[in-house]
Design a binder for this molecule. Structure first.
Ligand SMILES: Cc1cc2nc3c(=O)[nH]c(=O)nc-3n(C[C@H](O)[C@H](O)[C@H](O)COP(=O)(O)OP(=O)(O)OC[C@H]3O[C@@H](n4cnc5c(N)ncnc54)[C@H](O)[C@@H]3O)c2cc1C
Length: 387
């Protein structure tokens, strides 16, 4: 289960499906409702090598393509979306090092990320800004061969259980344009780096999302990704293309799960002497739900294919993220309706899908921003054609 070739990919997905059915399905509802971190499940994910899913084999990872990674994420999210978040933001951090790190940074960090010896996520958002990242205020000031970091971050996933984060800061707050003053570090927890609070959430529970505080936190200068200041925003935004493909894949997983639950329930529940799936009103919903799943998956595969081919794919990734996550929202709501009162019960999975889905339209760039990115690309292409 260690290479990126076709047969091994199939074996990996099949092994993950068995693991989810055996280890996750029986406990997910209870862990999620208790907002309890799934420690032993995460340990098994580590043993399966999932923390190194997209890290090249040369650095000890599985070296999966974006297409296989998307299938893996869909499979996990269809069972319990929180589990995919535990590896996804970790791998966005890893991908920043893979694409922009110095050779020494790759040699040091990538094997440790793949083994999950160092694991975490991305620390970008601050109390006053998420979408407008250029407005961040966390500051890193050079002092000899170190930087002194002060500031705060919030909504950081894996913040409590992780020990290492891609941290976006200002190294030159006066720079114009503002992104030229932004830098990205790989920050390991240590003195001056604290987690004051775990946040309470509507869904996406079990996984930890936290506030972070940096008070005279000292970080060695060789932890600056790429070794050059002023490139942090581009470095992290480039990683968000893959991030959006993975959020799209989560959307496919949630949308599929909502559809499958609805299909199965509609075959069992009877009203007026027949299963509700025989009422046309229910059939119309099932048809729309299944169509959304297929369309969402095709858009996600197309974006992943473009990514694997090394093409610019912000348009494809934006469309996939937008469509698949809205599909997750719509399918979760429809599934809940098809379940009637039981959809409102905390004993069935469908209410969790209904609470998990909204995160997908917010994370990795809100869907409003995806629409703006898509429109900008379309207008640029139209302008190019007119030249
Ligand atoms: C459960 C969870 C986990 C998260 N995990 C992480 C994490 O691990 N790391 C991390 O760094 N962040 C994380 N985030 C934060 C997330 O990335 C941000 O919430 C997101 O980027 C939006 O930022 P915001 O919440 O500040 O909203 P704002 O930027 O304040 O936006 C508010 C609203 O205004 C809209 N808007 C903003 N600007 C425009 C514009 N120009 N045009 C049109 N509409 C606009 C937005 O679409 C949104 O609807 C997480 C969030 C959640 C809920």
């Amino acid at each position: 289960m260690t290479t990126a070739s076709g047969n091994d990919d199939e074996a990996l997905i099949a092994a993950v499906e068995r693991f989810l059915a055996r280890e996750v399905r029986p406990v997910a509802i209870a862990l999620e409702q208790a907002d309890e971190y799934p420690e032993s499940i995460v340990e098994q994910m580590r043993e399966m090598g999932l923390f190194g899913a997209i890290i090249p084999e040369a650095y000890g990872g599985l070296g999966l393509s974006a297409q296989t990674y998307a299938r893996l994420v869909e499979t996990i999210a269809a069972e319990w979306m929180s589990l995919s978040g535990i590896i996804n933001s970790h791998l966005i951090m890893a991908s920043a090092v893979m694409r922009h790190g110095t050779p020494a940074q790759k040699d040091y960090f990538l094997p440790r990320f793949a083994r999950a010896e160092l694991r975490g996520g991305i620390a970008l958002t601050e109390p006053d800004c998420g979408t407008d990242l250029q407005a961040i205020r966390a500051r890193a000031q050079r002092e000899g061969d170190q930087y002194l970091v002060n500031g705060s971050k919030t909504w950081i996933t894996n913040g409590l259980h992780g020990n290492c984060f891609a941290l976006l800061v200002k190294t030159d707050p006066k720079a114009e344009p503002r992104h030229r003053g932004m830098s990205l570090f790989i920050a390991e927890k240590g003195p001056g780096f604290s987690v004051p609070r775990k946040l309470s959430k509507l869904g996406y529970r079990g996984i930890d999302t936290v506030e972070m505080l940096f008070e005279d936190y000292r970080i060695p200068a060789d932890r600056l990704i790429g070794g050059v200041e002023g490139r942090g925003l581009q470095q992290i935004l480039a990683g968000l293309e893959l991030g959006r493909i993975n959020v799209a894949a989560r959307g496919v997983g949630v949308a599929r799960s909502a559809y499958e639950e609805a299909l199965s329930y509609s075959q069992q529940r009877k009203t007026f002497g027949k299963p509700i799936c025989e009422h046309q009103a229910i059939q119309l919903k099932l048809a729309d739900m299944a169509t959304r799943v297929e369309a969402a998956r095709l858009l996600t595969e197309s974006a992943a294919r473009a990514f694997d081919a090394g093409k610019r794919c912000d348009l494809e990734a934006g469309m996939a993220k937008l469509f698949a996550t809205e599909a997750a929202m719509e399918n979760a709501a429809e599934s809940l309706r098809i379940h009637g009162a039981y959809g409102y019960s905390r004993e069935l999975r469908v209410e969790r899908l209904y609470r998990d889905a909204p995160l997908l339209v917010i994370g990795e760039g809100t869907n409003e921003m995806q629409r703006l990115i898509i429109a900008r690309r379309l207008l640029d292409a139209a302008a190019d054609r007119q030249r």
